[in-house]
Design a protein around this ligand. Structure first.
Ligand SMILES: [Zn+2]
Length: 379
């Protein structure tokens, strides 16, 4: 299924390199204490207990387990990534309560590069693409899945954070990549939620197609989605195979899709995309007429059912991002912020930010309720 000819020699973690790091990884998602395993509990037998087959080299055929092993390997063999994950220990956190839901704010100085990244066309053209294989650091290894490669993210937000680029340098566009995103979500769903940042609303490599992933449950939306739909939304489709909700929680406007049927999800997503592209054109948005409408998308698969949360945007960064002096706040929201974990890389911003600031800034960059209505009417 994977095209090995597109992979640089030595870039993929070999079975021999991966195997020691699979020790103690449980298919159930719980991390075992290293060294606590009995002799019989090899990665193969533990995977087999969960009904996961292993290949001839003893590697369980589960992308989530392989990805977890990859990250463990990278933490020992790639100092820059180890440093990035080490710095997560000093991250500070605050919680703000809104109408029946919470939003976390984190002070994470390691994210300043991403939050303040220049993503205009000229800057992108002039830099070396950091997702193209020849430009990856020599220590960075990956796990292959179809046309994509799972990599450890050296500037993490999650305690397990992955970047999943396409093997080729093709633009960040979701319309034709939504099917592969669902496939990846199913393959990674044992532990992780995937997310997609549109080229105009959060992707720091808008010229190279990629997703990211992190442990499920870290973003409040991972667990609150059903409650959010009940409290702040309307189920506009609700049958055995597919459920779809329109949600406006006072900060964000989004559509939730839930189904075990990939074809149905792809069809509904395509309708959503077309309707939103048209509504964006009519209402105005920072994305140009020939560009993708502004979307941040979370996907995961649990118990055989996919869950998709599509946040509809009209702006990349709030005005305060560009302000001077007291007014300035370095907040550049993308999928993780919309999922309920807001990243502030500047300590002063972290300390002074208020619930009203968050409400104002999310509303400023989200579509209006009228645009959400116009989209939902076409679904
Ligand atoms: Zn590239």
């Amino acid at each position: 299924m994977s095209d090995q000819s597109k992979v640089d020699p030595g870039r993929c973690l070999t079975p021999e390199e991966m195997k020691p790091y699979l020790e103690g990884i449980e298919a159930t998602g719980k991390e075992a204490v290293p060294g606590s395993l009995g002799k019989a509990d090899t990665p193969e037998t533990m995977a087999a207990q969960a009904g996961i087959a292993s290949d001839a080299a003893g590697i369980p055929s589960d992308l989530a387990m392989q990805s977890r092993a990859l990250l463990r390997h990278q933490r020992e063999h790639w100092p820059m990534l180890a440093k990035g994950f080490g710095s997560l220990e000093t991250v500070q956190s605050r919680t703000f309560d809104f109408d029946g839901f919470g939003m976390n704010v984190q002070f994470n100085p390691g994210r300043i590069v991403s939050s303040s990244a220049k993503v205009d066309k000229k800057s992108i053209r002039e830099r070396k693409c950091f997702l193209c294989q020849p430009n990856l650091p020599p220590e960075q290894k990956g796990v292959l899945f179809g046309e994509y490669m799972v990599l450890g993210n050296p500037f993490p937000i999650f305690s397990e954070h992955f970047t999943i680029p396409h093997l080729e340098h093709v633009p960040q566009l979701i319309r034709d990549a939504f099917g592969p995103m669902l496939d990846l979500s199913a393959a990674m769903g044992r532990y992780y939620t995937l997310f997609y940042n549109g080229p105009r609303c959060g992707a720091s490599a808008p010229d190279h197609l990629h997703f990211q992933g992190g442990e499920r449950g870290f973003m409040p939306m991972d667990t609150a989605w059903e409650e959010m739909a009940a409290r702040h939304g309307t189920w506009i489709a609700d049958d055995d195979r597919l459920r779809m909700a329109r949600v406006d929680d006072g900060l964000r406007r989004y559509v939730i899709l839930e189904s075990d049927d990939k074809a149905k999800l792809m069809q509904r997503f395509d309708q959503l995309y077309s309707a939103f592209a048209e509504a964006s054109r009519l209402a105005g948005s920072e994305a140009g007429e020939d560009e993708e409408p502004m979307l941040n998308i979370l996907t995961t698969q649990e118990g055989g059912r996919w869950r998709v949360v599509a946040f509809l945007r009209r702006k990349h960064r709030p005005a305060r991002f560009f302000a001077e002096g007291e007014e300035k706040m370095l907040f550049s929201p993308a999928s993780v912020d919309f999922g309920g974990v807001c990243i502030t890389p500047v300590e002063r911003d972290f300390q002074r930010i208020t619930a009203d600031d968050l409400r104002d800034m999310f509303n400023e960059v989200s579509v209006t309720p009228e645009v959400l209505d116009a989209v939902v009417k076409k679904l």
